[in-house]
Design a protein around this ligand. Structure first.
Ligand code: NAD
Ligand code: UDP
Length: 312
């Protein structure tokens, strides 16, 4: 029988990480999930604990990690990811992006494994180019409230690329744009869990600013497939992964009210400092190099997500 390939997923008990664990198990991989539950939770992976191909290690990846078994892929997804989380966890965010990435690159190098970094559209900051192609270098305030996340991810990209060019490591960089779906944390502060939980509780939807800022939302199953395609590809340059279907935050709030059948009102509250005014991925590279593009419409994804929040 062919030996299964083993994937380490850091941040595997988080939103994207737990979906990746499930997705890769279903594709015949063995999964070693590493997490310290900083923003993730045991309940996200509870259904996987019985699987013989699933191993959980409770570990803070800012500290070195030793694994005895053969490892073929390291997917580094550990990091607070919501603006509210990284605002309350600034040092942990910087450390997991810098020290955590260094440690996981070290693990991948020792195991001769492929490395995949979960980078972010935040490396483009408050973009002056729209939509954002990978060739755009970004517009980031290093000392603003989002700087701890943006700069940690920019450092993570730099060290990942250095391991590729200097050590010849097969390293990949996924620039992930706003992703949503089941298993998002109710109180994580991001727009999708906030609006859905508010709509379902008939509470006002908190639109920050006048709601004219834009975002583009990708459903989680599409994202998991894109990450898997990148992991198995020969590509070593950064690739945007996201859904280019772009909405103003106000239109997005109205869409959720409509899909949830809610009569909640809109409450306008102050716009957070440095909140990017626009964001939309140019995904031509992912289409060309990976043959990937999202298949699930925002409406379809939101219906599933609203249903999940209703039942959980
Ligand atoms: P999440 O907060 O749900 O998951 C992050 C996970 O990392 C959590 O389980 C947390 O406990 C774990 N973690 C944090 N620090 C750790 C440490 N030092 N050691 C071990 N585990 C640690 O966030 P998410 O939305 O699932 O994001 C996952 C990754 O994808 C992050 O790296 C994030 O930057 C990136 N990303 C996400 C999005 C998105 O829209 N969800 C967009 C761009 C990038
Ligand atoms: N937002 C909002 N109300 C909320 C939460 C977020 O209007 O309750 C806005 C936020 O200002 C931003 C967008 O929604 O413009 C997306 O925010 P999120 O925190 O999901 O992630 P970001 O894209 O800013 O990283």
């Amino acid at each position: 029988m062919k030996q299964k390939k083993t994937v380490v997923i850091t941040g595997g008990a988080g939103f994207i990480g737990s979906h990746l664990c499930r997705f890769l198990l279903s594709r015949g991989f063995r999964v070693v999930c590493v997490d310290n539950f900083l923003t993730g939770s045991e309940s996200n992976i509870a259904d996987l604990e019985g699987s013989s191909d699933f191993v959980f290690i409770n570990h803070d990846v800012t500290l070195p990690l030793e694994i005895k078994e053969a490892i073929h892929y390291v997917l580094h997804f550990a990091s607070p990811a919501s603006p509210v989380d990284y605002d309350r966890l600034p040092i942990q965010t910087l450390k997991v992006g810098a020290l955590g990435t260094h440690n996981m690159l070290g693990l991948a190098k020792f195991k001769k494994a492929v490395f995949v970094l979960a980078s972010t559209s935040e490396v483009y900051g408050d973009p002056l180019v729209h939509p954002q192609p990978e060739s755009y270098w970004g517009n980031v305030n290093p000392i603003g409230p989002r700087g701890v996340y943006d700069e940690a991810k920019r450092f993570a990209e730099a060290i990942t690329m250095a391991y590729h060019t200097f050590h010849g490591m097969d390293a990949k960089i996924a620039r992930i744009f706003n992703t949503f779906g089941p298993f998002m944390r109710r109180g994580d502060g991001r727009v999708v869990p906030n609006f859905i939980t508010q709509a379902l509780a008939d509470k006002p939807l908190t639109v920050y600013g006048d709601g004219s800022q834009t975002r583009s939302f990708c459903y989680i199953t599409d994202m998991a497939e894109g990450i898997c395609k990148l992991m198995l590809s020969k590509v070593n340059e950064p690739v945007n992964l996201g859904n280019p279907d772009e909405y103003t935050v106000l239109d997005f709030a109205r869409k959720i009210l409509n899909l949830a059948g809610s009569s909640s009102k809109i409450a306008y509250t102050p716009l957070p400092v440095d909140d990017p005014k626009t964001r939309c991925p140019d995904i031509s590279k992912a289409k060309k190099l990976l043959g990937w593009e999202p298949k699930v419409s925002v409406d379809e994804g939101l219906k599933k997500t609203i249903e999940w929040f209703r039942n959980n």
